[in-house]
Every structure is written in C-alpha cells, then in structure tokens.
Design a protein around this ligand. Structure first.
Ligand code: BES
Ligand code: ZN
Length: 614
C-alpha cells in the first residue's frame, strides 16, 4: 500500500487536538491497559469522513463517541489490513456532532515502542522497569493516534504506577515519589505524537540547577548529577543565542543500558543512555544535542520523516554552537572532524537516495533509513550559510525561524523558501550564492562544503602514522590525550592492524578496559575487524550489557562478516535478545538477514518466508 506519509490518518479531514490517557501498566503481562480519550476537530468540507488512527498490535476492545464531552455511546469501528511498517488503520465511524472518542485497549507484549525490563535487567535489581521510545513511528504501538509529526496535539495522562515506582512523562513531572495516588501529567503545548513518552521505574531525583535536574536509578544518581552539572549553563547559552526556552523545566532521565538511542529529546525530560556517564563530562555533547531539540525539533518540527534533517541538521549545528560557548572552539572542532570522518565513511556505502537531505521515504521504514546524513550534512549546510552571511546575521535568522514557525511542523520546501526569503534573496545572497538545491537534493557534498580542521589533532595524526608504520606509541605522548584525541587516534589508524599491534596497544593503554564508552565501542569494533581475539570476552560482555544501537550495530555487522563471527554473534544475540529494546532487536535482526542475503540469497528467501509465516 502506498501511504506517502507513514500514517494512515487523513488528518486534513479530521484532526485530533488532545489525547487524555489513563494507563495501567501490567508488569506481569508486559501490557498497558489503557483508556484514551481523543478530542477531535473536523474540517467542514469533510462532514462524514471517518476518524482514521494509526495503531500497531493494539487490542482494541471498545470505541465510543460523545457529542457533549461527557456522555459516551458505542460506535462502530474497524481495524484495517496490517502493513509491515505502518501497522493497522483504526477506522471509526463517528459523524458530527462527535467531539470526543473514547478507546479502551491494551498494548501487545511485542509493542515496538515499549521495553519491559525484569528487575535483574536494571541497576537496582529490585523492581522492573518500563520505558517508551516513540520516534519515529512507534507511538502507535501504545497510543491509537494520528501518528505523524504534521499533527500536533496536547496531552494529559493519569498513570497508575505500582507501589515504590515512579512514573515520568514528557511533560511537567513531580520530583517526589507519589505514594498513594496515581501520577498526573499535562503537556499544554501542542507536540507531535513521537514526543509522547513514559517511563516507570525505581528512580531518584537530583537537582542540578533552578530548572534542571536528573532522574536515575538510585545507584547512579550521584554520578549522573555530577556528569550533567553543566545543563543549566547550556540552557542559558542556547537562550542567549536562539531565544527563550519555552518548555518550563528541563530534566534528564538516565535509562537502563538497553536504551537503544544515545538520547531522545522528549519535551521537558530528555531520555538518555547511561553510557554517557564517564566521570569526566567528556560525552555531554549529547546533552547539548538533546537540549538543542527544544528549539529545532520540538518547537519547530519536521512535518514528515522525509524532512528529518530539519530536526537533526539544525540540532547538530546548534549543539556545536552551545558547546563552543561552554567548552571552547577546540573541542567543537575535534568533534566536527570526528563526525565528518564518520559521515565520509558511512556515505561511501550509501545509495544515492540516502545521501540526500530532502529525502523520499515512501514505502520505507524511517528507522531503516537512519544515517548520519541528516545530522552531519545538514549541519554542514547550515555552517555554510553561517559562513556566507556571517554569524550575527545567521543567528538572527535562526531566532526568527524559531519564532516564525514556533509550535508548527514544517516541510523542507517551507524551510527552503524561508532561507530564500531571509538570506539568499538579499544583496549578500546574490553576491555569494549558496547552492541550496545541490545541498538538499544531490548526493554527496557540494565541492564548496566547509572543511573542518582541528589544530590540536595534527600531532595525533602523526602519532597514528608512526604507529601504523610499526613504531611504538610512547606512553608519555599519549598521557595527555583526552577521550576525543584518543578517538581520533583510533580513527586515524589503518583499517587493518595486526593482532600483534592491537595487543601491544591494548597492553600499553588498557583500551579493552576503557571506561569511556565511545573509545571502548570503537576499540571493540577494531578488535572484531582485525581478528584480535583477546578482546572476545570484552566484546561479549559489551554486547550483552549495552543496547545502544550506535555501538552494537557496527559490532554485529563486523561479526557477521565472517562465518565464525556469525556463529558468535548469533549465540550472543540469542541469549541477549530479551535485554534489547524491540527497535534494537529489529535492527540487529536486519544485520543478520542482510548478511544472509549477500552471502546466500536462497537461504535468505527461505529465512524470510519462515519469518513471515510465524
Ligand atoms: N531524536 C534522536 C534519536 C532518534 C532519531 C530516535 C530517529 C529515533 C529515530 C536524538 O536526538 C539523537 O539524534 N540521538 C543521537 C545522539 C546525537 C548526539 C547524535 C543518538 O541517539 O545517538
Ligand atoms: Zn537528535
């Protein structure tokens, strides 16, 4: 079925304006028992249009409608045909004067947004844990909704958390554990559905500033509070550059290590992987990034997933600006060099259509099309505009952009027009034209793309060259390197190193024992690629204890490239499956099936038939 927008809902006919959720988590069954009440608003030209909602594996038990807001009567509804990527449309016949719909339903234990963790999969090992990850199109697996970022809605919720467990949502939260009553939430600003988020677990709170704080499992709370001590400063910086922070509080929630993302910008409450807690604040670019989404993404939102670069490219650019103000230009340059290297490496393997900023993801799963292109190429495009028009002018442009489109979802075409009007059609723009269409609609990077260099890396590049030529890396030389310099060093080493060289580096610098997750993940990936088997136990330990896709997917990819590695990977995956979030499971299973396709096309067909049969 061709549905261009990743949603069955015909939201231009009838629009959901608010959803109220009553949520009863069933930790034993891995199900949410819910009642959703939707406020709907009709366009006059479509008086008889049914309300079409997106759902995925929801068990819908009852749908009723109300024309006065309080009395509900059952109405007829139908779940349409199941689509692999999009789920099922829920078609509700509710002609005017219906203003509210009530849906009684339960989620499936296999809901793609939800991860249910057993007590032994959490740090405290005493109580279970539940959290959601709705981006890109997983909100429909726990809420029947028009699951498309073009639709913005407010929400409220009542969550009946079990005793001793705290419930949090992407809305105003109370910092205290509520003992005898359910948790109440209200998000007053209209947000796209992918920003509705929930977590329930044994959590503590620590304040880090007058409007910032962190929630984490008790054993992590002090380390987390130290690690994220700069958050308030980051908000102040972003406000000074790009306008007021409009969401009230900004808290962080540190999730168990299976969280498949680095971070997720759920409004008022960024969700985070614990792998950024290193003790030295070296990976807090991630906080700058998720915070930046409070402007680019949450305030001004991509209208479709085709416009994803409007979220991530703008955010990556702002992330760099926040970091520059707080940690200085050197650090940003290093991060820019590293991300450019990763972009080049990734882009060299991508089909042309995946190298564009203005993409067309029709008939594709947006999760599968996730690459660095919208992030890094998007940020480079904005950097080009900054360099062409000057910082003062470009900053004003961004502030105006956020004001102009505040609380709206916009397309690439709209943003492009805005850039044309405000920048390109000015005298400067005509004198120094930026090839906008090439940036947006051509593969690769325009030849005029900015080249980032970091002075502090020159000596490290030389060290990598010497090391590659067989010379040892003197301990004193590397003694002063911070984690970014180490990462750069590892990146600059040739793709193939002998096991002896790997072993020498490991013995000297303890890389297999690194407490910095970026360094460790990179080192373990190199270990697989170079057949450095001394790291095998560490690889297994890592893959079984971390579910962050950015780290584990490349390692699985490297493992499945050899027959022995594939056996190892399959064994590890089999025993770790239930620890991974459903989104991570899908991604890793994709790695296995792609390995099958390239190696043995016939078996791959048999394999996929087996799967579709079950
Ligand atoms: N919004 C994204 C995470 C995301 C994107 C989840 C698409 C699902 C679908 C978040 O802001 C993000 O970009 N996270 C990055 C970290 C960032 C510093 C590059 C991540 O998770 O690695
Ligand atoms: Zn992001």
């Amino acid at each position: 079925m061709r549905v261009r927008s990743h949603s069955f809902s015909e939201f231009y006919k009838v629009r959901v304006r608010h959803v109220h959720l009553d949520i009863r988590p069933q930790f034993d069954r891995h199900e949410l028992d819910c009642i959703a009440v939707l406020d709907i608003q009709r366009e006059n030209s479509w008086p008889d249009a049914p309300v079409v909602l997106d759902t995925e594996r929801l068990d819908v038990r009852e749908v009723s409608a109300s024309s006065d807001g309080s009395n509900f009567a059952p109405v007829s509804y139908e779940l349409g045909q199941q689509d692999q990527v999009l789920g099922q449309p829920l078609v509700i016949k509710a002609p005017p004067p219906t203003i509210k719909l009530k849906i009684v339903y339960s989620t499936s234990p296999d809901a793609s947004a939800l991860q249910w963790l057993e007590p032994n999969q959490t740090a405290s090992r005493t109580l279970p844990f539940l959290y959601t990850q709705s981006q890109a199109i997983h909100a429909r697996s726990w809420i029947p909704i028009q699951d498309i970022p073009a639709v913005r809605l407010t929400f409220s919720a009542v969550v009946h958390a079990p005793p001793r467990m705290m419930a949090l949502m992407s809305a105003g939260n109370n910092e205290q554990l509520t003992h005898d009553s359910p948790y109440h939430f209200r998000m007053e600003k209209p947000v796209p559905p992918y920003l509705i988020a929930l977590a329930i677990g044994r959590l503590d709170f620590a304040s880090t500033g007058y409007r910032t704080g962190v929630y984490a499992e008790p054993s992590l709370i002090h380390r987390a509070a130290y690690e994220f001590g700069d958050t308030e400063k980051m908000i102040e910086t972003a406000e000074r550059l790009f306008g007021l922070y409009r969401w009230g509080r900004y808290d962080l929630l540190v999730l168990p290590p299976s969280f498949p993302c680095g971070g997720m910008e759920n409004p008022c409450l960024t969700f985070l992987t614990p792998t950024v807690i290193t003790g030295d604040r070296s990976l807090v670019a991630l906080i700058a990034h998720e915070l930046a989404h409070s402007w680019s993404g949450n305030l001004v939102t991509n209208k479709n997933w085709d416009d994803f670069w409007l979220n991530e490219g703008f955010t990556t650019y702002i992330e760099h600006r926040i970091q520059e103000e707080i940690y200085g230009k050197d650090r940003v340059e290093v991060e820019q060099v590293l991300s450019r290297l990763s972009l080049d490496e990734e882009m060299s393997k991508l089909e042309n259509r995946d190298q564009l900023l203005d993409t067309d993801l029709t008939d594709r799963d947006p999760d599968e099309a996730m690459t660095l292109v919208p992030y890094v190429k998007g940020a480079l495009f904005l950097q080009t505009l900054e360099q062409t028009f000057g910082r003062a002018r470009f900053d004003r442009f961004l502030r105006d952009y956020f004001d102009h489109f505040a609380f709206q979802s916009v397309t690439t075409a709209q943003a492009k027009q805005y850039i044309r009007d405000k920048l390109l059609n000015s005298a400067t723009g005509r004198a120094a034209p930026v090839p906008v269409d090439e940036w947006l609609s051509e593969p690769g990077l325009p030849p005029s793309a900015p080249v980032v260099e970091a002075r502090v890396l020159t000596s490290i590049q030389e060290a990598a060259l010497r090391c590659a030529a067989g010379m040892p890396l003197p301990r004193q030389e590397a003694a002063g390197w911070d984690s970014h310099q180490w990462l750069y060093f590892l990146n600059e080493l040739p793709a193939d190193l002998t096991a002896a060289k790997m072993s020498q580096l490991d013995a000297e610098f303890g890389l297999s024992q690194s407490t910095n997750s970026e360094i460790l993940a990179r080192w373990l990936l190199m270990s697989v690629r170079n057949g450095y088997h001394a790291a095998d136990p560490r690889i297994e330990e890592f893959l079984t204890s971390v579910g962050r896709l950015k780290y584990i997917k490349p390692i699985y990819e490297a493992l499945v490239a050899t027959p022995d590695g594939r056996t190892v990977a399959a064994d590890i995956y089999d025993k770790t499956k239930s620890f991974y979030h459903p989104i991570a499971r899908t991604a890793v299973e994709q790695v296995f099936s792609q390995a099958l396709t390239t190696r043995d096309p016939e078996r791959a067909v048999a394999h996929s038939l087996e799967h579709s049969a079950s």
